[in-house]
Design a protein around this ligand. Structure first.
Ligand code: SF4
Length: 306
């Protein structure tokens, strides 16, 4: 986005009261931050300016972002910096495992920047992180939130699924009509296919995907995305309010009310997702450990029903 385009936009809409969060000040927050610095790890919590950082880091829940802090894409909603990333850090997988051990995590979420510059898109680093976690903290359940591995998805998914994460998450982010402006480097149906292929390779892995609201999507378009997700056998849908990280990013078209999130959640559950989390502050990794326990319980209940 150019400076001129950013300047020509109307002012941002004021945040409603239901979206406000407290500034992070707790001891747990400071300790989590110090640990990430010491192990030289980036987090999406900081890089994406997540509003939940005070709450999550107080509980020592952080989502590690591997493969550096610089992304090869420039999505209109995302605060992560764009550029030419550094070389892959060979010590990173063990550092992630050490962080999980020190934080005492029962469940960890690992994500990454897009690495279109790498021959495998970064898939082998996900595999190494999963292996290091299995060695170091074998009781920690593992959730990965991957990029779309543009033009490399088949091989990338095959390699990662073979390492057996517990949850495979890939966010569709928005409705297909908005992809050219919001997620220009990605293809909606390629992302859907990626998630579908995870289930085909290993049906025991939970699949998960997320949508942002407030970018100009229509309600019926969101319902269609839910149907597409169910056709791809996605288990868990997360939905949360998009927040504009800086004036240079896509503006918020609308603040979705808590009641509207409730309605989206009811419709999604009726469409057959095992689990739905939909609220203004829901993010992919928000309460991910608690939700993993709910996912397992929902699957067991479904199997018991036959
Ligand atoms: S919701 Fe996820 S990204 Fe945001 S602070 Fe919590 S763990 Fe980090």
């Amino acid at each position: 986005m150019t400076d001129a385009a950013a300047e020509s936009r109307p002012p941002r809409i004021r945040k409603p009261d239901w979206i406000r969060v407290k500034a992070p000040t707790s001891v747990g927050f400071s300790e989590t931050k110090a640990l990430m610095r010491r192990l030289n790890l980036a987090t999406v919590c900081e890089e994406a300016a997540c509003p939940n950082i005070g709450e999550c880091w107080t509980k020592k829940h952080a989502t590690v972002m591997i493969l550096g802090d610089t992304c090869t894409r420039a999505c209109a909603f995302c605060n992560v910096k764009t550029g030419m990333p550094r070389a892959v850090d060979k010590t990173e997988p063990q550092h992630v495992a050490d962080a999980a051990a020190e934080l005492g995590l029962e469940h960890i979420v690992i994500t990454s920047v897009d690495r279109d510059d790498l021959p495998d898109g970064g898939a082998s680093q996900f595999v190494k992180v999963i292996e290091a976690l299995r060695r170091t903290t074998p009781n920690t359940t593992i959730e990965i939130l991957t990029p779309d591995f543009r033009n490399k998805a088949d091989a990338a998914v095959e390699a990662i699924v073979a390492a057996r994460p517990d949850v495979y998450n890939h966010n569709l982010e928005t409705v297909p009509r908005l992809y050219p402006t919001i997620r220009p480097g990605a293809r909606y149906y390629a992302s859907l296919r990626l998630l579908e292929s995870v289930k085909k390779h290993d049906p025991s892995i939970f699949t998960k995907s997320g949508l942002m609201t407030g970018l100009g999507e229509q309600r019926l378009e969101v319902h269609q995305v839910m149907d597409d997700m169910r056709s791809a056998d996605i288990d868990f849908l997360t939905m949360g309010q998009y927040l504009q990280p800086t004036p240079r990013h896509a503006k918020v078209e609308e603040f979705t009310t808590p009641q509207a999130f409730g309605a989206y959640g009811a419709i999604a559950r009726a469409k057959g997702f095992l689990l739905v989390a939909a609220s203004p502050l829901t993010r992919s990794s928000y309460h991910a450990g608690d939700d993993f326990a709910k996912l397992r319980a929902a699957r067991e209940a479904k199997l018991a029903r036959g």
